[in-house]
Write a protein that binds this ligand. Structure first.
Ligand code: NAD
Length: 386
């Protein structure tokens, strides 16, 4: 994995050992890389290493790994607090610290003054502008977005997002790295708000909340229709609760501040966040949950038949169409990202075809007439060619 100006990748430093960082460290070690996992307190690292050990043990139990192999993988991950020691000799840095631009600024300043000249930088940000973060560093050409999905051990998708100055060789390196760690990368050619999957998913959560108000529909009616008629793996409120209302609220704020056209915020999301009703993890979000165990909502085909989800399909398809029209990704790459990142069981545009593109455009025009330009149909849908 090298080009004339790029080092081959052997040693990886992951900054942040939280939800994402420990998983990225684990998949990297599983692919044979030497990994340093860095956090600001030893106790955070201890917890992260425990989680990695637990996950590897599960794989041994399921006979996906031998005990010997699991021990070898575990021994390749070195937890370190000291920043200089953590960065020494790193070929690739993957930053997974909390989603806060001010914090990221501080972190990149610290990283830049301690890292080797050869170190390539990648950020796991879900929503922050790659170009802006790259500009904070001494190496904007060697900076890229590597957006893993949660949990990195299980989710196959990584969105690869070059900033405006990223060297094409860096893009090749990132795509190859993702494949090496067993993931399926999708190239998000432009550094747009929400990248690909969140650009479709986050606005849809808001739209589902509007559908409840505007159509006087229940959550399970809407969710059943989304699951059984739009081929989602679960309902949209269910997916929001599973993802976490904190993640969705923060992504909303960030995406909306970058591009107000991308999202039409419904106040319920902010309200749930402020009430600390964050979904499955707190026992209450849109739905209520008993105990700590992961719970599915009872959704049925009978309920699905009582709600027409054309408006939801229209909003998802409109944001998806925007990505294709604006050259962010091809239709094939878009469908791949939605399948791997959101678990869609049928291509989104195949569902548009099934519902009738003219019906989708009509729904958008009616919404635009009532609620404004967010809903204006994208030319890709208006000039639908199948
Ligand atoms: N959680 C998700 O579902 C998800 C999915 C995809 C991408 N992301 C992105 O991944 C990044 C991390 O998110 P997370 O959910 O893992 O956050 P998290 O809060 O679970 O973990 C972040 C960790 O970074 C540590 N940290 C803070 N400052 C640090 C520093 N200077 N050096 C090293 N470590 C430091 C914190 O102590 C914490 O352990 C964010 O940019 C987020 O947007 C999150």
């Amino acid at each position: 994995m090298s080009s004339p100006s790029f080092p081959s990748i052997n040693k990886i430093t992951v900054l942040g050992s939280g939800v994402m960082g420990h998983g990225i460290a684990q998949v990297s070690a599983m692919a044979g890389y030497q990994v340093v996992l860095r956090d600001i307190e030893q106790s955070f690292l201890d917890k992260a290493m425990e989680k990695i050990r637990w996950s590897l043990n599960k794989m041994v139990e399921k006979q996906k790994l031998t005990q010997e192999k699991a021990d070898e993988i575990f021994s390749r991950i070195k937890p370190v607090v000291d920043i200089k020691q953590a960065l020494a000799g790193a070929d690739l840095l993957i930053e997974a610290v909390p989603e806060d631009m001010n914090l990221k600024k501080k972190v990149y300043a610290e990283v830049d003054s301690n890292s080797d000249q050869k170190t390539l930088y990648a950020s796991n940000t879900s929503t922050l502008p790659i170009t802006e973060m790259a500009a904070l560093t001494s190496r904007p050409t060697r900076f890229i977005g590597l957006h893993f999905f949660n949990p990195p051990q299980l989710m196959p998708l990584v969105e690869v997002i070059p900033g405006s100055k990223t060297d094409p060789a860096m893009v090749d390196m990132a795509m190859e790295f993702c494949r090496k760690v067993g993931k399926q990368p999708v190239l998000c050619k432009k550094d747009v708000a929400g990248f690909i999957v969140n650009r479709v998913f986050i606005p849809l959560v808001h739209e589902a909340a509007y559908c409840m108000d505007r159509d006087n529909a229940s959550m399970t009616q809407i969710d059943s229709a989304v699951k059984f008629r739009l081929s989602f793996p679960m309902g949209i409120f269910e997916l929001a609760d599973y993802t976490g209302l904190d993640v969705i609220h923060k992504a909303t704020v960030e995406m909306h501040s970058r591009d107000s056209k991308v999202i039409y915020p419904h106040p319920r999301i902010k309200q749930l966040f402020e009430e600390k009703n964050l979904g499955q993890k707190t026992g209450k979000g849109f739905y209520e949950y008993k105990g700590n165990k992961y719970e599915r909502i009872n959704l049925t085909e009978e309920q699905a038949a009582t709600y027409d989800p054309t408006k939801l399909l229209a909003v998802a398809a409109n944001n998806a169409a925007w990505l294709v029209t604006n050259g962010v990704c091809s239709r094939e790459e878009l469908e791949k990202a939605l399948k791997l990142g959101m678990g869609l069981k049928k291509e989104l545009f195949a569902t548009v075809q099934e519902f009738g593109p003219q019906n989708v455009v009509k729904a958008l025009r009616e919404l635009a007439a009532k609620y404004g330009s967010f809903y204006e149909p994208d030319p890709y849908l208006v000039n639908w060619r199948g």
